[in-house]
Design a binder for this molecule. Structure first.
Ligand SMILES: Cc1cc2nc3c(=O)[nH]c(=O)nc-3n(C[C@H](O)[C@H](O)[C@H](O)COP(=O)(O)O)c2cc1C
Length: 195
């Protein structure tokens, strides 16, 4: 079974951009194909042009290509349930929130802005035929040790990025998750007040 032929398009209530409906978070990554550097640059460019409060741009990224010691060390920072699959990704990216300026002033919307920036990265990458899977299941202290981070930078997620792989190569329980239905709360339960 290959996920490449599985339709993971969201069953939307209303039509949205194809790239939004088609984006999903696979665990099967192609372990061979190196990252297309142009596509990676485009994803980083999309992140760069995300909006942020007062244009503070409170995001920083650690970018590690498969086969490097940095990729290995970031992979080792993941929780076991993520280590099981994410090592195959061509790139692991650590998303860091800049929660305070160098002078110590809090950047209150840092995590909001970082998330939006990664959303832009993710949509651009999927548009270009790559796949992206964000993870909060990792040990931030290991990332701190790898990068020697100042306290004001908070590792929020590790992101697997690369080409889609073959789901049959995944451990059995994870194979099922590659084809399980994609679900969301309905819009009317999300809009809590409307006039
Ligand atoms: C901030 C964040 C943290 C996540 N952490 C993990 C994780 O640690 N492991 C994992 O397998 N998936 C993780 N996910 C993926 C979500 O489970 C996934 O996005 C969600 O189930 C919706 O599926 P979809 O992205 O395919 O639409 C994370 C996603 C986000 C945005």
């Amino acid at each position: 079974m290959s996920t490449a032929v599985v339709d993971r398009t969201a069953p939307v209530e209303h039509p949205v951009l194809d790239v939004l409906a088609n984006r999903w978070s696979p665990r099967a990554f192609d372990p061979e194909t190196p990252i297309d550097e142009e596509k990676l640059s485009r994803a980083l460019e999309a992140a760069r042009w995300s909006p942020s409060a007062s244009n503070s741009q409170p995001w920083r990224l650690i970018v590690a290509r498969r086969g490097t010691e940095l990729h290995d060390r970031i992979h080792a920072s993941l929780m076991g349930f993520n280590q099981a699959w994410a090592g195959n990704s061509a790139v692991l990216i650590v998303a860091l929130a800049e929660t305070a300026t160098a002078e110590g002033t809090a950047i209150t919307h840092a995590t909001y802005d970082l998330g939006q920036s990664i959303a832009h990265l993710s949509v651009q990458a999927h548009y270009d035929g790559l796949v992206v899977h964000q993870m909060s299941g990792f040990e931030p202290e290991k990332i701190r040790a790898i990068a020697g981070l100042d306290e004001r930078f908070v590792p929020m997620t590790v992101i697997a990025l690369g080409d889609l792989g073959d789901a049959s190569a995944l451990p059995e329980p994870l194979q099922q998750r590659e084809v399980s239905p994609r679900v969301r709360r309905p819009i009317h339960e999300t809009v809590v007040l409307s006039a």
